[in-house]
Write a protein that binds this ligand. Sequence first.
Ligand SMILES: Cc1cc2nc3c(=O)[nH]c(=O)nc-3n(C[C@H](O)[C@H](O)[C@H](O)COP(=O)(O)OP(=O)(O)OC[C@H]3O[C@@H](n4cnc5c(N)ncnc54)[C@H](O)[C@@H]3O)c2cc1C
Length: 600
Amino acid sequence: MAARTEHDVIILGGGVNGAGIARDCALRGMRVLLVERNDLAKGASGANTGMIHGGIRYLRYDVHTTKMACTDSGFIQKIAPHLLFRIPFLVPVAKPPPGATFKTLFDTIYLEFAEVFFEAYDQYQPLKRGKPHTRLTREEALALEPGLNPEILGAVTMDEWGIDPFRLTVENAIDAHESGAVVKTYTQLVAFDKDAAGKVCGVQLEDRISGARERHAAPLVVNATGAWGPRTAALAGAWYRLRPGKGVHLVYPHRISNFGIAMDSADGRQMFFMPHENGTIVGTTDDDYYGDLDNPRATEDEVKYILQGARRVFPGIDKHRMSRTYVGIRPTLWAWGKNEDRLSREHEIYDHAPQGVPGLLSVCGGKLAAYRQLAEEVSNVVAARIGNTAPCTTWQRPLPGAEDKVDVEGWTRSLTTRSRLGVARMAFRHGARTTRMLEAVAADPRQGAHTCQCEPVCEAELRYAAKAELSTRLVDLRRRTRLGMGACGGTHCLARASQVLAEERALTPAVQLVELGDAMTARFIGRRPVLEGANLATEELNQAIHFLSGNLAPFLRAARAQVPWALSVPSTVSADAPATRGKATVRADVVLPPPVPDRA
Ligand SMILES: Cc1cc2nc3c(=O)[nH]c(=O)nc-3n(C[C@H](O)[C@H](O)[C@H](O)COP(=O)(O)OP(=O)(O)OC[C@H]3O[C@@H](n4cnc5c(N)ncnc54)[C@H](O)[C@@H]3O)c2cc1C
């Protein structure tokens, strides 16, 4: 094992909270090490609803969270304007059920009831540059959103903000890195080091790709490993409890509605149906989760439960084709006796010294919308412990890319191979740094051609993400650029993208093939719960074309044998992923040709 490297603080977990803490501490001049066992934003931070909102429903039982999230959302808008987009919502007010007592009275006061609630929310809207609500008649609501279920009394508007959660997390980590932090991804904690008095004084790490082991020392270690947090703390002999909550979303690859629409599930849980980036997302569920944190999967029941709620407000939903699901596990604070959606979304910082484990802090709970606040609070504790007196600057310092605007029109005119939409989407993702990629396109126009048509993503962007955005694997390029997240699920772009990654990182053909196989299989796992019948059969055929006719399978099998870190996902479509939906089953008996040696 290599000699110990000294830091002021070691942060475990590269979700939005860990990356945010790393940025804050690094900007205060601390020597920081950020450790993530997968890729940045691989956990809840990349699997949420992607809203920097106040959470209107918390007004009923958790007002402090609404206020904190609205306040921090205002700061996030200031430091990352390029990543944000407005989502105006309609909250339909349904007619009372037939036969309801005092029906006539309810007809007249239901809308007033709803409005009182939104008047309370209006007090917080200015904190996040949100507009106050408007009350709409039934006719006005249907004119704005013709797909709405007409059985409504009217609607109320609500103004919210969407964000790209992957980019928010990654840009925090990039800023930390550019401010001196060491960022290690695909690196796992093996053990904590303790001094003679039992104080945590460092960590032992293993690089999951090279297998190399290292020791790092610091007077303080921060456990920001989200839902994995209690497990991480247990390695040091410390403990705390969470109520991990599973949340599933459905994704449609295109816009279905003009507005976001608030909806209820059969059991009364609030969910959203909304345009988000280039598509539509619908969700989310919120259920206590006791399963494998590393491999949460959406089930057929969860898909049906969400669709049932969506159909009630937007009956035409079934005409549209879902492209995939995604699943995240919330690191929710522990409480006994409450339903999942009533659990507080506040955050806590635990000092494990009273448990006899000084030198270790754990952070848990929180929201994407209040990550910066959480990071500031944790960094204040760290700074006080190590005697750092520099102030927090994260509320005003722009995230990478937010320093300036991109001249989208000018660049579009000057480039022959990049469409306006392509330049605009790059500017949304990278802000001012887009210029670096467009200069590469200007020098070599072939780099402007779309690799991923759906999003769209060009080769210059992939090369930049591979070189300059703390990415290692092909699946990481997806989180940086949304490669393969559209309608085709990566079918058309992943092969070319794997070549780009291989060129940038000098990968052997065997490694490139493993990257391609893992990325395709990961996409299919998300897609599978929304497939049934003929659609599932078509998908299987597509996969078979790639893996068998395209002759990928034998090479992939041989390649995996040569790549000891071939980490995560099953090697073929037929093997491991359990069928979760529909009658057509994925065959487990596809006969693969025998492995052949790698052509390299
Ligand atoms: C379905 C869903 C919807 C949500 N919607 C919203 C929303 O719209 N708005 C909002 O504000 N909030 C939302 N949230 C909440 C928000 O996403 C979370 O509060 C936030 O992402 C938590 O971030 P985190 O960094 O604590 O956890 P995570 O993002 O889970 O990060 C923890 C990281 O630790 C890593 N890790 C685990 N063990 C180790 C180890 N031993 N060593 C190193 N690294 C390790 C994991 O790989 C992971 O990347 C939602 C959450 C979910 C699940």
